[in-house]
Ligand binder design. Structure first.
Ligand code: Q9C
Ligand code: ZN
Length: 685
């Protein structure tokens, strides 16, 4: 399996710059590139990547997307004087040319194609290209919004041609709509294009009606264009997360891409003067982490916008760190999406319902009228959206203050969230004869000097300690948990002949230590009850049996059975388990694979992978000892040696979807990340 992260960069792309005064274009500066690279060096991330040299994209490659007439126009600018450059620039919206623009634009295309080649050939698993000028606004016959050639669109066409790919996902997290990409693939069902963008009911640049949620693609491409309009500024981590969990990821897993390209603009990050959003750098770690689980990990991240130098550079570093497999910082802030974001999500899901199985049981209608009305009415909604970053009256004078404020915020914030991964990622315990099951990087734990086991156990399961075997495996399990809690390792796993009973010991042990909150996802039959009233433990039990207790905020039982080649568990993980887990914000996750597991390998690896996004990636898996193959799979997932394929999307039974919906309805006021639709009642006008 491919490993390693490519970094494609060349400082020659800093030679493209604005030569005259232009208040619109003056933010697209060479330092955008150099400051990202400098910070990557500062965090020692450059040396951990595989360096990939850039090259020029050829004319033929550029013409996969652009007309030869347009190519000639851009080419002609290399010999122009300043007056001619200005005149050529004025033919387009928000564009400047420099004598080196043509060369840099060709390098930006070539850098992106080199990244695709290293990932598609398996020389690296994933990678990032730091390029300028950006690409996603440029069109077949036009430069637009600082973009000359459409780097990512050319890369998609190139990957289709060279590697015969049938399905490519382009995820565009830049704060602007990449209308250029939308136009190029509008009728093409082989490229799924997703973009969220500041829209403000079409008031925001480029102010196109085709940026709205109802532009779903055309002809054969219907359903393969996803637009999420942001109708307010100030969107933050929970809003971005909600869109990934409730819109992009379910559709993307159903689409099942063979390659993922990211139009990675960081103007959607905090402090950006264009975006005015609030997502903090670690949010990009989480977005990256999600996308790493599609297409067997084949992920190419390509820089687009980003105009607050520090914010962008920190976010780029978070992206690269995550590509490298480092543990993720917790997503900061209250995990509650705002009403305007939920409205947008609702509308996109409604618009795409005809095209995607995963949205089939939505009973949604678009909220065009409600949305417009509350936009005009304002008050109630504003309260839930939070205070705007900038008071419009003072916007001009505050702008630079705002940049400085963000700078100071980030100085502190990055120190707070910086989690240096321990040198050994994974610890495990198992019998000597079984050590061949584990990848070599796993630390085998044999220590058994844990104090207080008797005290933990004797109160409720004295029988447990009578057998020597039980005692040893319990002690080893607690030693691993201690290592995780002391941050000596990031994650761990253990086999147990009594997984269900051991899990109770693990939960007790952890809640007696300094940890505040534990998430336990238990797959299989639980044979005992535990107290969950204090909120220290949230237990989700997935079992084929009927639940023995009624569902509450901290005890959720999901009656689900599944063990097939294909996978119908995506809506459960993305639409329920992860929203609840992210809302809860645990300090540690315990995944138990107990007796009579009702899920198969595909569903369990999906859970093991995605649960690594929470609790700073701290996770412990306790696995019934009859499940050696699963133990091996989870070990490979935890060390990061392997990105599994989770099986192709299969529709779930209608009654299962109904049950899931009822559960979401029941809990969405308690775990707010579950919200993905606005309930319209007849009493509302
Ligand atoms: N009144 C990228 O982020 N703003 N391009 C134009 C006109 C242009 C952004 C405002 C913003 C272009 C790649
Ligand atoms: Zn942008």
């Amino acid at each position: 399996m491919a490993s390693g992260t490519a970094l494609v960069y060349d400082d020659e792309m800093t030679s493209h710059k604005l030569l005259w005064d232009d208040p619109i274009c003056n933010i697209e500066v060479p330092e955008r590139l150099s400051s990202c690279y400098e910070l990557l060096k500062h965090y020692n991330l450059v040396e951990r990547c595989v360096p990939v040299p850039v090259r020029e994209g050829t004319e033929d490659e550029i013409m996969l997307v652009h007309s030869s007439d347009y190519l000639d126009v851009v080419k002609s600018t290399k010999k122009m004087n300043e007056a001619e450059l200005q005149k050529a620039s004025a033919n387009y919206d928000a564009v400047y040319f420099h004598p080196s623009s043509y060369r840099c634009a060709k390098l930006a295309v070539g850098a992106t194609l080199e990244l695709v080649d290293t990932v598609m050939s398996g020389r690296t698993r994933n990678g990032m290209a730091l390029v300028r000028p950006p690409g996603h606004h440029s069109q077949r016959n036009a430069a637009n919004g600082f973009c000359l050639f459409n780097n990512v669109a050319v890369a998609a066409k190139y990957a289709q041609r060279k590697y015969g790919l049938q399905r490519i996902l382009i995820a565009d997290w830049d704060v602007h709509h990449g209308q250029g990409i939308q136009y190029i693939f509008d009728e093409d069902p082989s490229v799924l294009y997703f973009s969220w963008h500041r829209f403000e009911h079409q008031q925001f640049w480029p102010s196109l009606s085709e940026s709205n949620y109802d532009a779903v693609g055309q002809g054969k491409g219907k359903g393969f264009n996803i637009n999420v309009p942001w109708n307010k500024v100030g969107m933050g981590n929970s809003d971005y997360l909600a869109v990934f969990l409730h819109v992009l990821l379910p559709i993307a897993f159903e689409f099942d891409p063979e390659l993922v390209l990211v139009s990675a603009g960081y103007d959607s990050g905090i402090g950006d003067p264009e975006g005015k959003m609030r997502a903090t750098p670690e949010c990009f770690a989480h977005l990256t982490h999600f996308l790493m689980h599609l297409a067997k990990g084949k992920l190419c991240v390509v820089l687009e916008g980003g105009y607050h130098l520090r914010s962008m550079a920190e976010s780029v570093c978070m992206t690269v760190k995550t590509l490298l497999g480092d543990p993720l910082p917790c997503l900061s802030g209250e995990m509650v999406p705002c009403l305007s974001a939920i409205e947008s999500i609702h509308n996109v899901r409604a618009a795409h319902k005809p095209y995607w199985e995963c949205l089939k049981y939505e009973d949604t209608i678009p909220l065009q009228y409600l949305s417009t009305r509350s936009y005009q009415m304002g008050e109630a909604e504003t309260m839930q959206t939070g205070t705007p970053l900038v008071n419009p009256q003072e916007a001009g004078k505050i702008n630079s203050d705002e940049a400085v404020k963000t700078e100071r915020f980030l100085e502190l914030h990055m120190k707070e969230i910086l989690c240096l991964g321990p040198p050994v990622k994974t610890a495990a315990s198992l019998a000597e004869s079984d050590t061949h099951l584990l990848p070599p990087s796993v630390q085998i734990v044999k220590e058994t000097n844990v104090k207080g086991l008797k005290a933990i156990v004797s109160g409720f399961d004295a029988e447990l300690l009578k057998e020597e075997n039980n005692l040893n495996s319990l002690l080893q399990m607690l030693a691993i948990l201690d290592k995780i809690m002391k941050k000596e390792v990031t994650n761990g796993l253990a086999l147990s002949s009594i997984a269900s009973r051991s899990s109770i010991v693990a939960l007790r042990h952890c809640s007696h230590s300094r940890l505040q909150k534990l998430l336990c996802v238990f797959i299989g039959d639980m044979d005992m009850k535990i107290d969950l009233d204090d909120g220290n433990i949230l237990l989700i039990n997935i079992s084929a049996k009927q639940p023995m207790q009624p569902n509450t905020k901290y005890y959720v039982s999901l009656n689900w059975k599944e063990d097939v080649e294909r996978n119908s568990f995506f809506p459960v993980v993305l639409g329920f388990i992860l929203p609840v887990a992210y809302s809860y914000q645990p300090d540690l996750t315990i995944l138990v694979i107990g007796p009579n597991r009702s899920l198969g390998k595909n569903e369990i690896s999906l859970l093991a992978c995605l649960l690594q996004g929470i609790a700073e990636s701290r996770i412990f898996a306790l696995i019934q000892d009859t499940e050696r193959e699963l133990f091996q799979d989870v070990a490979m997932v935890f060390t990061g040696d392997f990105t599994p394929y989770f099986g192709s999307y299969a529709p779930a039974l209608k009654e299962n979807m109904q049950m899931l919906k009822e559960l979401k309805d029941q809990l969405e006021q308690k775990w707010k990340m579950l919200q993905c639709s606005v309930k319209v009642t007849l009493t509302e006008r």
